[in-house]
Ligand binder design. Sequence first.
Ligand SMILES: [Zn+2]
Length: 423
Amino acid sequence: MTDTLLSRFLRYVRINTQSCDRSTACPSTSGQMDLQRLLRTELAELGAAEVRLTKHGYVLATIPATTRKRGIPTVAFLAHVDTAPDFSGQEVKPIVHRRYDGGTIRFPDDPSLVLHPSTTPELRDAKGKDIVTASGTTLLGADDKAGVAVLMTLTEYLLRHPEVKHGPIRIGFTPDEEIGRGVDKLDLRDLAANVAYTLDGHSPGEICGETFSGDSALVTIEGVSTHPGEAKAKGMVNAAHLAGKFLSALPREHCAPETTSDREGFIHPTQIEGTVERATLRLILRDFELAGLAEKRAIVQGVCRGLQAAAPQARITCRIRKQYRNMAYWLRTDMRPVELAREAFRAIGLPAKDERVRGGTDGSRLTERGLPTPNLFCGMHNVHGPLEWVAVQDMELAVRACVRLAEVWEQKGRGFRGFRTAH
Ligand SMILES: [Zn+2]
């Protein structure tokens, strides 16, 4: 299995699929469509059923049931084809380090970069495995082409082994996850699944059934612009200055990404723009609990009110938008999607590790829409930068875990229908 899995992965990472939030198209970049067309062809060649590339760039396919039992839920496995806009994904040159010796890994295109277990402890578990890195000037794109290669290999395995008993399986490749639009145009009636898993996690054994809840805030400050020479007489109100005051009034201790960890949420200014006349600030608000998120909205609104009171001539508005919600709110009502994944992992000798993601996943939004979608590991590490790496044997473990998971749903999932029927 390893070599097909590896050759697939190497083929996919060479295609530049960086997404771009300045584009309004879906997918946002044409490279993603190139990979999707390739995946459609490969799925058809493997003999998958109902292979489709939708007009919005989603690839969907079916692995027909091999069980005769009735009422077995349809399980979907999903991975995203885009890579992060944060770091170049152009001309990725993957390097395979066979049987990693546990020491330093260097990068030919940037000698200043080093990968070492002292700074990346996960490497300790990778000793003896085959590791893939990029060459120093790009990210690798294991996020999420590791997931894509795992699912293509899963498809091949299940189609070639009809003796493995499972219900209907759906495979889905989605665009634009990294710019937060991964499931915007995914029609859940098209996907037609009762439960789903994204393959977009890190170390072997990881299962994520809990994410942040997230809101965004846009604060607009309108000042009063005059010639600076007569600003005092004419009553200048400097919006840029007020924006600075706004930032300094935000709590930082236990309330910023750089000062929080584990279960703590934060308020995070992501962008500021300003002139005397007008300034805008964009922020993201995150918390695992809705009460904590409401508290953070109240802090931002309170700072705006305070600023407005101190500068009555300015006009300060604050618009808060919902982004996504912690999937645990829905999963807690029926934990089978997480429990059966744990059971599948145990069955292949892999200790399950519950992960709380300090971020959102496509699964957060799918779960809220009624399709329970925990996230599973697929081996990626140090994502979104030049030190990204993946171990081939970890991807292989993910394939085995998914095969087992398909079987476990056939044995124990009867009657599970997801959270509601109307999406
Ligand atoms: Zn990802």
